[in-house]
Write a protein that binds this ligand. Sequence first.
Ligand code: GLY
Ligand code: MN
Ligand code: MN
Length: 441
Amino acid sequence: MPTIPLSDYAERRATLLKQLAPNSIALFFAAPEIHLSADREATYCPDPDFYYLSGFKEPNAVLVFIPHRPEGEFVMFCQTRDPAAEQWVGRRSGIEGAVAVYGATQAFPIESLAQQLPELLTNRQKIYYAFGSKPAIDAQILTNVQQLRRKVRAGIEAPIEIINVESIVHEMRLIKSANEIAILHQAASISAQAHIRAMQVCQPGMNEYQLRAELDYTFLRNGCSGPAYGSIVGGGDNACILHYTENNRVLNDGDLVLIDAGGELHGYASDITRTFPINGRFSDEQKAIYDLVLKAQLAVIDMIKPGLIWNTMQDKIVEIFIEGLVELGILTGNIANLIQAQAHLPFYMHKSGHWLGLDTHDVGQYRLDNQWRPLQANMVLTVEPGLYISANTPHVDPKWYGIGVRIEDDVVVTKTGCLVLSADAPKTIDAIEALMAMSVH
Ligand code: GLY
Ligand code: MN
Ligand code: MN
């Protein structure tokens, strides 16, 4: 099973430190624990930037980077070892582990942060942190800055600039390392198996939640921590609700089911959508829409290589969809005029895809200097066109109603083209029907 070795985290920290101004400090705060109700806590989910730089998964911790600091450039604050607390809620690394395992040059108990932060900020001109996301952290830092300003007559320099550190780390996260790509590939392969299993077990009369259970089983059975996001299992018209997560309706003979689900492995997401007939055979109308979505998806995958400008993928999908919808008689008119009028929007209302990584909708800009950015090698993205014709769509023949199709793959840009990480999940009509015909129905 691929993993991220601790040396990769050290390399990431070195890359970050190189980009920090002299006389600066960068701070990263662990995500808060989320209390749901009574004694119920949400499963702890580390902040992705914090985790990307440390590999540390415990709450109540702060990473501090101070370039050229003689006592060490990387300081951690974290929970101390505490046998009683660890007996109830789990193991802690302690400040010893922060140094010995996680590479901090110094580590201190989290309780001492408030007392030590003013000193750490002293004589640093610039503070880098993700301002504006956690009001308590903004308040703490601004209070410390004000305190330091009052001491300037004593010869202390107070910080004069706050910079959003996300502008540096998110661009780092956008270009994946070989180890990250190996994990994303493994996550996509496990998720493809989950989609295959769902196709194999699906039968008319089952409930959407039963297919969801097969997905969860396959994710967990193969080492994923669970789904990377709320799995979508939508039969019939439910496929037309983009973020349908109720997953509690009966799957009817003659309908399609759309499954958008991917496992999370070592914090990295996969994000795959497959759409297939509940009874194993596509109807003529379902085939027509499915093939149009597949045509657009394959055309985009074929275009992907370094240099491709982000929005040209969406433009290609729109062009293919409008031509195809005119051919099918769902739209009427001149193709160029229909494209100009965005006539696809009632049927295709989202974008071609998104970056993929530690977040399902991963970080990183889509535009640079006011222009859509070009793809670069080792970026990972989804390609996910879809067409949705829900019941009672005006001006559409009812024979198309209740057909919602999305096909979504995870793709890494290579030096000369791209590699589909989720290729194990069948997506041609023939491959899906053949797989389902071999299964017990
Ligand atoms: N599963 C969410 C998305 O496809 O973007
Ligand atoms: Mn997606
Ligand atoms: Mn998806």
